[in-house]
Design a protein around this ligand. Structure first.
Ligand SMILES: NC(=O)c1ccc[n+]([C@@H]2O[C@H](COP(=O)([O-])OP(=O)(O)OC[C@H]3O[C@@H](n4cnc5c(N)ncnc54)[C@H](O)[C@@H]3O)[C@@H](O)[C@H]2O)c1
Length: 255
């Protein structure tokens, strides 16, 4: 099956770089018009320029912790690009800190970016665009850390809590918005070979890969393919409220 998004408008948060960039690229290559939302102005401008060669892409600079700016940004995207069919929420911050060292400021920042903004972005997009048109598809970014405990050195109670909240917001959104024919799903990646990960010490990479049944980390494209599958009303028409683990089988053997 060839998954296409021709004529659809998609918002992808956190798409100036990393996994979000690849999600935006896959969507634009599949025919979607894509609004990229990110805090990083220069990186966002570069991404828009590169991806703009493949289709219609616009950039919207937004700090998702400024919750009062979310709904106005969604309004602006609707005015400039049209009503929103697909929302992909990739923006997130990774945080590693043992539980006894986490400060209140760190806790609030991680929760605000990784889960509070996810809820208020869903509220704005469904309220403005999806509920009135009784259609839409949302894919949120959880993490394997939001599903089970993580061993040191990857442990991070605030990150895990923020991603666990995404799993639950996904289920709750799916139930409440099903009557409007809006589907809400999430992906939960294990380790992903992003540029940041590529520069990790070789020993750390080896240790991360060794217990994974498929003996490799995911590429950003592996995650983006799962996102496009869940976002598609053709491929995933009856799937809602689910969190798709993409981790080469790590969770199955308790990595
Ligand atoms: N990389 C991994 O191994 C991995 C594993 C599991 C889950 N994830 C999740 O996947 C998502 C993407 O991860 P990545 O590795 O591509 O990270 P990344 O840091 O490369 O990209 C995250 C993007 O989010 C943006 N962002 C951060 N704070 C923001 C804010 N306040 N407002 C707007 N934009 C903001 C950043 O500018 C960046 O462009 C995250 O949600 C992360 O938690 C990643």
């Amino acid at each position: 099956m060839d998954i296409r998004f021709d004529g659809k408008v998609a918002i992808v948060t956190g798409a100036a770089r990393g996994i979000g960039y690849v999600c935006a690229e896959m969507l634009v290559e599949s025919g979607a018009k894509v609004a990229i939302v990110d805090i990083l102005a220069d990186t966002l401008a570069e991404a828009v320029e590169t991806l703009g060669k493949k289709g219609t892409v616009k950039g919207y600079q937004l700090d998702l912790t400024k919750v009062e700016d979310i709904a106005p940004t969604v309004s602006k995207i609707r005015e400039e690009m049209g009503e929103i069919d697909v929302l992909i929420q990739v923006a997130g911050i990774l945080a590693g800190n043992p539980a006894e060292k986490i400060t209140v400021a760190e806790w609030d920042k991680v929760m605000n970016v990784n889960s509070r903004s996810v809820f208020f972005m869903m509220q704005a997009v469904t309220g403005q665009s999806m509920i009135p048109r009784k259609s839409g598809s949302i894919v949120n970014f959880a993490s394997i850390a939001g599903i089970r405990g993580m061993k040191e050195p990857l442990c991070s109670a605030h990150y895990s809590a923020s991603k666990g909240a995404v799993v639950q917001l996904t289920q709750q959104g799916a139930v409440e918005w099903a009557k409007h024919d809006i589907r809400v799903n999430a992906v939960a990646p294990g380790g992903v070979l992003t540029n940041a990960m590529k520069s990790a010490p070789p020993e750390m990479l080896k240790n991360a890969i060794e217990p994974i049944p498929l003996k490799r980390l995911s590429k950003p494209e592996d995650i983006a393919a799962g996102v496009c599958f869940l976002a598609s009303d053709v491929a995933a028409n009856m799937i809602t409220g689910q969190t798709l683990i993409i981790d080469g089988g790590g969770a199955v053997v308790g990595v």
